[in-house]
Design a protein around this ligand. Structure first.
Ligand code: NAP
Length: 285
């Protein structure tokens, strides 16, 4: 069975839209999401455009601030500090990656934790690992929602996450652990990857290699979540890290690319922005 991230994202955005209407009645203004784009990377431009479109669709005020790749780190930090102070800005997102002369960690740390809608701030990361209330990073949050929607019981299952990045692999592994899965994190130095992957009831793949995971790496009936966004070297079309046509024959549930994790990441960004707005408004009462 294919799990459609596009359909579930629509449901989440409809709920956020209703939440925005209620919030406007109660607090007099919609949430305001500011997205900062540095440089002209085509993929980043397209991601930022998508986020702006979704923000408008759910009724947020949406601002995209564009700066040339030559902007200095100090200038960018100054802009973020000003946005932190602005009472009418609820969410701040800096599109990554940034040009190499800008320290991404410094940029992420500068965003006020209460406006960190991406969930990348070190205080949010620490809270996630300490099981304290936090803003969950959007892609891992979307993955857990997809599994729940597909009726996959995570409790007690063997989960394997291939990839250990700070934004996907590590946090999704922690979130699966918190739902009582027994979790293995695999990476480029894992020697027996095929054996490890084929033992998974839940297999999450986030490596960035077109069709890397083949049917012989997947257990029959497994839930397979494909996070990868790649260009097929032969056709130039978008494809995931999983050989969808092959693996779909044996997986119990599988997410497509496009139309799986991608739209869920954006929907969870909208949900996080509304949550940050509500927390900030409630703290003022
Ligand atoms: P990343 O930071 O480049 O990390 C890639 C991970 O994959 C690393 O941990 C690396 O291992 C591991 N890896 C690479 N080659 C491997 C191999 N041959 N066998 C096993 N592990 C291998 O990537 P990321 O930011 O997590 O993103 C991963 C993919 O997800 C990319 O295609 C990205 O575009 C996509 N993505 C999609 C969304 C979405 O919303 N759909 C969001 C974020 C990312 P080492 O640690 O050992 O180097």
């Amino acid at each position: 069975m294919q799990i459609s991230g596009t359909d579930l994202a629509k449901e989440i955005k409809a709920e956020v839209k209703q939440g925005v209407k209620d919030a406007v009645d109660r607090y007099g203004r919609p949430p305001h999401l500011v997205v900062i784009l540095v440089g002209e990377d085509p993929a980043s431009q397209s991601y930022v455009k998508g986020k702006g479109k979704d923000a408008e669709e759910v009724g947020f005020k949406s601002t995209t601030l564009r700066y040339p790749a030559t902007i200095s780190e100090e200038e960018l930090l100054h802009i973020i500090r000003d946005l932190n102070k602005d009472d009418e800005v609820d969410g701040i997102l800096v599109q990554l990656p940034l040009p190499s002369h800008i320290d991404e960690d410094k940029v992420i740390e500068t965003i006020d934790q209460s406006k960190d809608v991406d969930g990348f701030h070190p205080a949010n990361v620490a809270a996630l690992w300490q099981k304290r209330p936090c803003t969950y990073p959007c892609t891992p949050k979307g993955i857990i929602k997809l599994l729940d929607k597909a009726g996959v019981d995570i409790n007690g299952k063997r989960a394997v996450v291939i990839g250990r990045s700070n934004i996907v692999g590590l946090p999704v592994a922690k979130m699966l652990l918190d739902r009582n899965a027994t979790v293995t994190i695999a990476h480029s130095k894992t020697t027996d990857l095929k054996k490890v992957a084929s033992e998974a009831d839940i297999l999450v793949v986030a490596i960035g290699r077109p069709r890397f995971v083949t049917a012989d790496m997947v257990k029959e009936g497994a839930a397979v979540i494909d996070v990868g966004v790649n260009r097929d070297p032969a056709t130039g079309k978008l494809c995931g890290d999983v050989d969808f046509n092959e693996v779909a024959q044996i997986a119990g549930v599988i997410t497509p690319v496009p139309g799986g994790v991608g739209p869920m990441t954006r929907a969870c960004l909208m949900e996080n922005t509304l949550e940050c707005y509500l927390k900030n408004q409630e703290s003022k009462i």
